[in-house]
Design a protein around this ligand. Sequence first.
Ligand code: IPM
Ligand code: MG
Length: 355
Amino acid sequence: MNKKITVIPGDGIGKEVVEGALQVLNVVAKKFSHQFEYEFALAGGAALDAAGIPLPEATLTSARSSDAVLLGAVGGPKWDANPQHLKPERALLGLRKELGLYANIRPAKIYSALVDASSLKKEVVEGVDIIVVRELTGGLYFGKPSGFEQRNGEEVGFNTMLYSESEVRRIARSAFEIARKRSKKVCSVDKANVLETSQLWRKVVIESAKEFPDVELSHMYVDNCSMQLIRNPKQFDVIVTENLFGDILSDEAAMLTGSIGMLASASLGGSVAMYEPVHGSAPDIAGQNKANPIATIASVAMMLKYSFGLSAESDAIENAIEKVLSAGFRTGDIHTEGMTLLGTKEMTAKIIESI
Ligand code: IPM
Ligand code: MG
């Protein structure tokens, strides 16, 4: 198989973890006789420094003409004070919107070797296997109008939470399709006791569910869901929710597993999908060989499966990660007593050895 991948390392630890993931991909390519060609592109702070804008047209052109996009992370204190349109995060939002990536798939699965890394009790988190399906191109992140203006002699900031029926229907369908391949349970999370957008959301999700009579649908308010995720996370299988709720709940779900440094994500819906770790650019540990590369390596495994249909290759990576963790190797974020502490490079090498 011959595939072109647009690689956007981005900022902070993004560069290090992407480097590790590409090394893993190269080993998989060799072992299974595939050819992966990488086209490097700039986004976020790196693009601001080089080109003065967070998302250069060249990056979008590359992404649109490739078979998949791998992104590290964007952002850092250097650009935090930039005006809104010149913040590194705009690159991420621009890529999602321009590539039509409305379905963000964020699995939060506990690796059995890591149950002790969670801040929750072992019996609460053991066996947790959740997929958060986050709507990614609508809601408060993109609703118009938004901005700042003067009202009654003072400055106000405002955003619009808006969802159309078609936007809700397509993400609901994505969630039902995913649930069909798992335990056939979807929990739709909203705030329908207060918000009109949520009332529409709930109505459309219920309508869409009729196309999937084999899937069991439940509803939960977002505040309750954030509590239930801590109280009894095993009650969840697929969670579907709007953009901002999904942003928050997916971090919470990720942390159940002990570290956000473990969690991969796929953004689907357009003609080319994007894969990225759930974590950010972690400027405090950037360039120190401390970052956990597993989330990005697992993201590449998702790419192989979802974009290229290469399940055996994807499983080879997943199994290698399991093996290395079971053998007691850890990066700093998941390190516990008695385990062997490794840096980014050493962890990558261990995973490669196990493929
Ligand atoms: C995420 C991040 C982004 C988001 C930021 C960096 C724009 O938190 O992917 O979850 O809010 O979507
Ligand atoms: Mg987030």
